[in-house]
Write a protein that binds this ligand. Structure first.
Ligand code: PGA
Length: 249
């Protein structure tokens, strides 16, 4: 069983004072011993968050990165810069990046490669739309997004990813996948990972994301192939976030 991981994705939310609140509360919290915690904060808060989380069990993540190492790319942020301010993880292929910012599978692959090159752990996000699910194509779409990245990587690189299944129709909508729906896709992902190599299936952390909350986290996390959560809205309230962390232990 991979180590459980609860990752908070603040998206374009939060403040410096919320960073301090989280740092303090996570330092004081009595978290389950078998648990990893991560916080993905907006770029301007990374450095403060790195300091605020230093005395805690939580590690720091960013929400995206450039596919380029450096240069004339106004507004972009490189993987090296993220490393320099203390990030160890980075989200890649979040559905909001795919739909709002036009990142297709090849853009996602380029960012995964950059993250791996600089030693960041990519948290590769996958998920189908409601239309795709209703057409009976949910699993095919999700496995296709996985293969678009993993087929292009070396075996050793595949071992350095975290995977997050986030059905698009469940993100920020309050509509959570049922534990059975989420488990079915997670099991399919695990089977596909096993076809690359058994060790990969056993060790890759498969997170569920999409309206995970304090009151539904335990039953989702109890599923055999759900190893943790990628939490959006509920990661902005410290009590909710800590409650989700407790359910993962
Ligand atoms: P949500 O977001 O928990 O607010 O649905 C999850 C995510 O987009 O990572």
């Amino acid at each position: 069983m991979p180590m459980p991981l609860i990752a908070g994705n603040w998206k374009m939310n939060g403040s410096l004072s919320l960073v301090e609140t989280f740092g303090q509360a996570l330092a004081d919290a009595d978290l389950p011993s078998r648990l990893e915690v991560a916080l993905m904060v907006p770029f301007p808060y990374l450095e403060s968050a790195s300091r605020a989380l230093a005395g805690t069990r939580a590690v720091l993540g960013a929400q995206t990165l450039s596919d380029q190492p450096a240069g004339a790319f106004t507004g972009e942020v490189s993987g090296e810069m993220l490393r320099e301010v203390g990030a160890t993880l980075v989200l890649v292929g979040h559905s909001e990046r795919r739909t709002l910012f036009g990142e297709d599978d090849s853009a996602v692959l380029a960012r995964v490669r950059r993250a791996l090159e600089v030693g960041l752990t990519p948290v590769l996000c996958l998920g189908e739309t409601l239309e795709e699910r209703d057409d009976g194509r949910g699993e095919t779409v999700v496995i296709g997004q996985l293969e678009a990245v993993l087929d292009a990587l070396e075996a050793e690189q595949r071992h350095r990813l975290v995977i997050a299944y986030e059905p698009v129709w469940a993100i920020g909508t309050g509509r959570t996948a049922t534990p059975e729906q989420a488990q079915a896709i997670h099991a399919a992902l695990r089977r596909r990972l096993a076809a690359y190599d058994d060790g990969l299936a056993e060790k890759t952390q498969l997170l569920y994301g999409g309206s995970m909350k304090a009151d539904n986290a335990a039953e989702l996390l109890a599923q055999p192939d759900i190893d943790g959560g990628l939490v959006g809205g509920a990661s902005l309230k410290i009590d909710d976030f800590l409650a989700i962390c407790q359910s993962a232990g």
